[in-house]
Design a protein around this ligand. Sequence first.
Ligand code: ADP
Ligand code: ADP
Length: 218
Amino acid sequence: HPLVGFEHCELRYPNGTHALSDVNLTVREGEFVSVVGPSGCGKSTLLRLSAGLEKITGGYLQCGAQRTGYVFQDATLLPWRSVVDNVALLGELDGVSKAERRKRAEEAIGTVGLTGFENHLPHQLSGGMRMRVSLARALTLEPELFLFDEPFAALDEITRERLGVELTELFAARPFAGLFITHSVSEAVFLSSRVLVMSGRPGTIVEEFEVPFPFPRP
Ligand code: ADP
Ligand code: ADP
């Protein structure tokens, strides 16, 4: 069963903006799919729909993932909370015990290579490190599907490349699926096994291609 499946999906916002038209897209278990397109073509809308944060106004949308983890470009960290307390935040909302939250948070912080920074505040970290904190926070949910909303957009090229490599390594070791949106074709090709091209207003998927030599995945 697909983790997310769009069939002929339409979305019109209440103010009349026709954001998406006839969108067809499927992400299956273990797949890492990227959507590339210019600003304003509806990529973020597509992700919010995948997370159940928005409702389609036409077509059929299947959400098969029990848990989704959202990773944003600006990291959306609480500035007054330490790294570990930011990472443990989602468990708090889910009513997970304090000891278990701490354990999961520390594990996730280790996974993203930030051990030793648990008690730092977000402003004491670089942009790349904040992005890792955001990823660690999503990891604590053990999501079946990761949704990435241009997580590297605000980063310099070297950091972006390094985090890209780390992300592929992280995903190569785990069976997560990912839906990654970006306006960078090279980033999409590097990270995923399948790339969808979106354009237009309303946005729709105009092209789809398999990456011939994708990064090794399980
Ligand atoms: P992208 O992520 O590709 O830049 P978006 O999904 O953010 O595109 O936006 C697609 C279109 O929908 C744009 O025209 C944008 O202005 C519009 N839009 C986005 N969110 C809303 C909203 N909540 N209400 C009305 N229009 C919106
Ligand atoms: P990033 O690429 O993660 O944004 P930067 O290259 O901007 O990090 O580095 C900012 C500072 O933080 C540097 O002094 C760097 O050595 C340090 N730093 C970044 N990531 C780590 C890490 N995982 N462990 C230790 N130090 C780090």
